[in-house]
Design a protein around this ligand. Structure first.
Ligand code: DAH
Length: 341
């Protein structure tokens, strides 16, 4: 009897578990109810009375040894699974190092634009990407048969009444004017969607920043000065800015804003199509109809608005000429911006 106990004790002491399975085998053999230790307890009743006490103590000793060993085996196995040092590892090797992520260029440009406008008193507003016809088109004075409403430009989610993916951030202007009394001085960055085939020069998802300033006596001079300031802050103080007459349904008068080409500094190159100028934004005085559509008294208030593409600004800053790069998440592209913060 005594011998049998000693054999079991020795087995417990020498046991090893390199895998979960081996650990489970140990548990079944030495810890569970039907284990060999359990059998020893069952045999207690066959031991002569005068030896019962000594045998009982011995079996208890085996039980405790088995439990202690089980715990040690668990600890051991966990450290080796978590990559603890084993005999095969060379602790003197240098570590593999950590790869840090970097800021996406569009996020960087977006936060630069926000910073510039925040410093002159604009706050940031947000609005939905899934929009109704009223906020994306009707309130903004789009005539019923305007081509931008047609299927080739807009992703419709539902028809009659129309629910769509916003085609520009101008929808946030409308929402802002509906819920806030002037003065309003906000910029509205966001993602917009158009039903375009994806190529180097067009994408169905891109980003804009909208600007809106509504107060008493806001004039075209305020618009010009604000955007001069922006262009010089963003591209440097030698940057030239020009306003070109244009048309948008929601502004009157309207203007497109060009800056001197950042690549050739005005000498003429492929990017500026040899004109020396590149367009960065659309803008204008908010059409009185739009103010009225949004519940703002157009006798008392005037305002200006502008909208620019973040990808466009990024193209001029970083010379990224293929729009697809922004959404492909190729680390070879993204890594090139690792110094931005
Ligand atoms: N919504 C125009 C677009 O997507 C951009 C724009 C032009 C916004 C003039 C404006 C603006 O607020 O005044 O092309």
């Amino acid at each position: 009897m005594q011998e049998k106990v000693d054999v079991i004790l020795k087995e417990v002491e020498e046991a090893k578990a390199n895998t979960q399975e081996e650990l489970e085998q140990f548990r079944l053999k030495f810890i569970s109810k039907k284990s060999v230790v359990g059998d020893l307890f069952a045999e207690l009743k066959n031991v002569p009375n005068d030896q019962k006490k000594a045998f009982g103590m011995k079996v208890n000793e085996v039980k405790q040894a088995a439990q202690a060993k089980f715990k040690a085996l668990i600890d051991n196995l966990e450290t080796s699974i978590q990559g603890g040092a084993s005999d095969h590892e060379d602790l003197t090797l240098p570590s593999a190092g950590h790869t840090l992520g970097s800021m996406h260029p569009l996020n960087y440009i977006r936060s630069q634009i926000i910073e510039i406008f925040e410093r002159i008193g604009f706050n940031v507003a947000d609005g939905p990407e899934i929009e109704d016809d009223f906020h994306n088109f009707t309130a903004l004075n789009f005539p019923e048969n305007h081509p931008a409403r047609e299927m080739q430009d807009t992703f419709f989610i539902e028809k009659n009444p129309d629910i769509l993916l916003r085609t520009h951030t101008s929808n946030v202007q409308v929402r802002l004017m509906q819920k806030q009394k002037p003065p309003i001085r906000s910029i509205m960055p966001g993602r917009v969607y158009r039903n375009e085939a994806i190529s180097a020069r067009a994408h169905c998802v891109f980003h804009q920043v909208e600007g809106l300033y509504i107060d008493k006596n806001v004039s075209f001079v305020d618009l010009k000065q604000t955007l001069y300031h922006f262009a010089k802050e963003m591209f440097g103080k030698d940057t030239k800015v020009r306003f070109r007459p244009s048309y948008f349904p929601f502004t009157e008068p309207s203007a497109e804003i060009d800056i001197s080409c950042q690549i050739c500094k005005g000498d003429g190159c492929q990017l500026c199509k040899y004109t020396g100028w590149v367009e960065i934004a659309g803008s204008g005085m908010v059409d009185p109809n739009v103010l009225a559509n949004c519940g703002i008294d157009n006798e008392e208030y005037t305002g200006f608005a502008f909208g620019m593409g973040i990808e466009r600004i990024s193209q001029l800053k970083f010379r990224v000429n293929d729009l697809r790069l922004y959404t492909e998440n190729d680390v070879r592209f993204l890594k090139q911006f690792s110094t931005l913060h």
